[in-house]
Design a protein around this ligand. Structure first.
Ligand code: AVJ
Length: 319
C-alpha cells in the first residue's frame, strides 16, 4: 500500500491556455513582461536548485537556518496534524518542520510542477512510513481547494515566493489563504527582507551566471511550448533594485533590434535595441509591511523569527 498519491487540480490544457494568455498579454504590453511562474520547466527547476547553492544567493540558507533553529517553537505554537506547503518544489527545507511536528499525519505539497512533486513526495512517503503524502498539482495563485484532512492545519508558503506577486496579487492571495483556514489553523510565511542594495543585486546577478541562464531559460520555454524563435543569447540578463517599490526586477534586454515570431499565437514581436522584457519581480519586506499586509487579509502575525544576520524572516499567523 502506498501512502503517496497525486491529485491534478490543474488540467494540462489549462496550463497550456494560461501560458498562451500570459505570453500574448505580456509580449503585447508596454513595457513587455512575463510572469515568473513560467521559469520552472524541468531545466528551470534544476537551475533554480543550483541558484540556491550559490554563494551570493543567501535566502535559501537564511530560511533553512531559521527552520533549523526554530522548528520546535513553530511546532509547539501550532501542533499541526496536516502540513500544507504551497510551492513546495523539492520539499528540501520542509524536512525540519516534518521532523518537529510529532503529531503530523498528512503532508500536502502543492506545486504547478508535477515532476518535482512526484519525486519529492514519493521519497518522503518512503522515508516516513507513518505519513500520508497527498500531493496537489495546482496553481495556488488561482484559487485553491484543499483535501479534507485533520486540523490543526499549518499552511506554509516559504522561500520568499510571495515576493514574486505584485502588491494587488499578494492582497488577493493572502485573502484567499485566509479563507482556507479554520480556527486553530495557521499560516507560516517566508519573506526576504530589505537590505543593502549591493547584496540584493548580487543575489540576482551571480558571478557564475547561473541566474542569467535561469532568466534566459524562460525564452527556451516559449520556444518549445509555443514554437517561438527567441535566441536566448540575443538578450542580456539584467537585475536591478527598485528602491521605490522595494523589489528586485529581473529583465532580459534585447541586444539588437529584432523581431521574434510566436507561431502558436500568430504573433510577431518587435524588440528595439536595448528594449527590456520584465521577467520577475522579487519584493523584499520590512516587518511592518508584512504585518500590514497580513492584517489587511484578516491575519494577525503572532510570531516572527529571523536568521542571525536578519536577512530573512518567517512569520506565523494563527487564526
Ligand atoms: C522563487 C522567490 C525563491 O525571487 O528569489 C531566484 C526565484 N529568481 N533567483 C526569488 C529566483 C532569481 C526566487 N523565489
Amino acid at each position: 500500500m502506498s501512502a503517496f498519491h497525486v491529485t491534478r487540480i490543474l488540467p494540462e490544457d489549462a496550463v497550456a491556455a494560461a501560458l498562451r494568455a500570459d505570453v500574448l498579454h505580456g509580449l503585447t504590453s508596454r513595457p513587455k513582461q512575463l510572469p515568473p511562474k513560467w521559469f520552472y520547466d524541468a531545466h528551470g527547476s534544476e537551475l533554480f536548485e543550483r541558484i540556491t547553492e550559490l554563494p551570493e544567493y543567501y535566502p535559501t540558507r537564511a530560511e533553512r537556518e531559521i527552520l533549523a533553529d526554530h522548528a520546535d517553537e513553530i511546532a509547539a505554537a501550532l501542533p499541526a496534524r496536516t502540513l500544507i506547503e504551497l510551492g513546495s518544489g523539492s520539499s528540501e527545507k520542509t524536512r525540519h518542520l516534518l521532523d518537529a511536528l510529532s503529531g503530523l499525519r498528512t503532508y500536502v505539497p502543492v506545486d504547478v510542477s508535477g515532476a518535482a512533486l512526484e519525486q519529492a513526495g514519493r521519497a518522503l512517503a518512503a522515508e516516513r512510513p507513518g505519513l500520508r503524502v497527498h500531493a496537489l498539482i495546482a496553481d495556488f495563485t488561482a484559487g485553491l481547494t484543499l483535501p479534507d484532512t485533520a486540523g490543526p492545519r499549518l499552511l506554509a508558503f516559504l522561500g520568499g515566493t510571495i515576493g514574486n506577486l505584485l502588491p494587488a496579487e499578494r492582497a488577493a492571495f493572502l485573502a484567499g489563504v485566509r479563507s482556507l483556514l479554520s480556527p486553530g489553523d495557521a499560516l507560516l510565511l517566508g519573506t526576504d527582507l530589505v537590505k543593502d542594495e549591493e547584496v540584493l543585486v548580487r543575489a540576482y546577478d551571480d558571478a557564475a551566471g547561473v541566474t542569467a541562464a535561469f532568466n534566459r531559460n524562460v525564452l527556451s520555454v516559449l520556444n518549445r511550448e509555443l514554437g517561438a524563435d527567441f535566441e536566448p543569447e540575443a538578450f542580456d540578463h539584467v537585475a536591478l533594485w527598485d528602491s521605490g517599490n522595494e523589489w528586485i526586477e529581473m529583465r532580459l534586454r534585447s541586444r539588437t533590434a529584432q523581431t521574434v515570431k510566436v507561431p502558436a499565437l500568430a504573433l510577431a514581436v518587435d524588440f528595439a535595441a536595448g528594449e527590456e522584457l520584465r521577467t520577475e519581480v522579487s519584493a523584499k519586506f520590512r516587518r511592518e509591511r508584512v504585518h500590514e499586509e497580513l492584517a489587511a487579509a484578516g491575519l494577525e502575525s503572532a510570531r516572527w523569527w529571523t536568521d542571525g544576520e536578519g536577512r530573512f524572516a518567517l512569520s506565523l499567523s494563527v487564526v
